[in-house]
Design a binder for this molecule. Structure first.
Ligand SMILES: Nc1ncnc2c1ncn2[C@@H]1O[C@H](COP(=O)(O)OP(=O)(O)OP(=O)(O)O)[C@@H](O)[C@H]1O
Ligand SMILES: [Mg+2]
Length: 253
């Protein structure tokens, strides 16, 4: 693990203690203890089915823990409630993008910004403060021109960009991205990389799952490697990737 100063509570922003999640006989996350530094970007890697998305689901309260504890910025939680995670300082995106399909790109952002359900959000949308914020976010993710399109009419890549825009609309310290780069064409991919780097430079903790090792090497400072729901290794990116167990897990040796 990364060398931490004496007060490791300050060094790490997000920790887990022996967390587990089972689906029937499958231990998707199996007594996992990890610690994610506040500074820089952390990537979570591992073979298909190794528990990466389940980990993010547990950290964000999307799924309840079977056991163990999540510690968010020093606050230990045995029950992480999804609707409370922004208050704890976390938001996330989904591997399978989740949008409101029947409303516009613009309104998909408005629902998050106003922190309202669909219809009250529509009533708030004329407020200049929300309009300005929504415009800034949509310009940032390159979706301003598409603001009046229905979400269901977007391409796969555009849906991913809007999903990232929805995460940006939540003002927190920790952002979890589940495979933000998967299936993106190069131009969109570069945009997503730039957005994430800007977030990191702004002092946010950016955590992402990816199967693309070139991007992992380029973007992240810290690495967490999962295998069968357990921690294979963690540490600085190059150190962790060069470990024999990690190479074996990836090459199946
Ligand atoms: N809702 C669910 N119901 C049943 N089994 C599930 C569920 N979610 C995940 N699993 C199982 O838990 C294990 C871990 O799945 P998970 O989606 O966390 O893996 P992953 O590392 O994100 O994989 P991928 O790289 O393919 O996205 C797998 O065996 C998967 O089939
Ligand atoms: Mg996954």
């Amino acid at each position: 693990m990364t060398a931490a100063p004496a007060n490791s509570g300050d060094y790490y922003i997000l920790e887990t203690e022996e967390i587990s999640k089972h689906f029937g006989a499958v231990a998707a996350v199996d007594g996992l203890s990890i610690a994610i530094p506040r500074q820089g970007m952390t990537s979570i890697v591992g073979p298909n089915g190794s528990g990466k998305s389940t980990l993010v689901n547990l950290l964000s309260g999307t799924l309840p823990l079977d056991g163990g504890m999540v510690i968010i910025d020093g606050v230990g939680l045995k029950l992480v409630k999804a609707y409370e995670t922004p208050a704890h300082g976390i938001t996330r995106t989904f591997q399978e993008v989740r949008l409101f399909n029947q409303i516009t790109v613009w309104d998909n952002i408005m629902v998050v910004l106003t922190n309202r359900s669909l219809f009250p959000a529509m009533l708030e949308r004329a407020k200049p403060r929300y309009r300005e914020q929504a415009q800034r976010i949509l310009e940032n993710v390159g979706m301003w021109e598409k603001r009046d399109s229905l979400a269901m009419d977007l391409s796969y890549g555009q849906r991913k960009l809007l999903e990232i825009g929805r995460a940006l609309a939540v003002d927190v310290n920790i952002y979890l991205f589940d495979e933000p780069f998967a299936g993106l064409f190069p131009q969109m991919l570069e945009r997503v990389k730039d957005i994430m780097k800007a977030m990191r430079d702004d002092g946010r903790t950016v955590i992402f799952i990816s199967h693309n090792m070139d991007i992992v090497r380029e973007m992240s400072d810290h690495l967490i490697v999962l295998d069968s729901g357990k921690l294979l290794t963690a540490g600085e990116v190059e150190d962790a990737l060069n470990q024999e167990e990690v190479i074996a897990a990836y090459l199946g040796a």
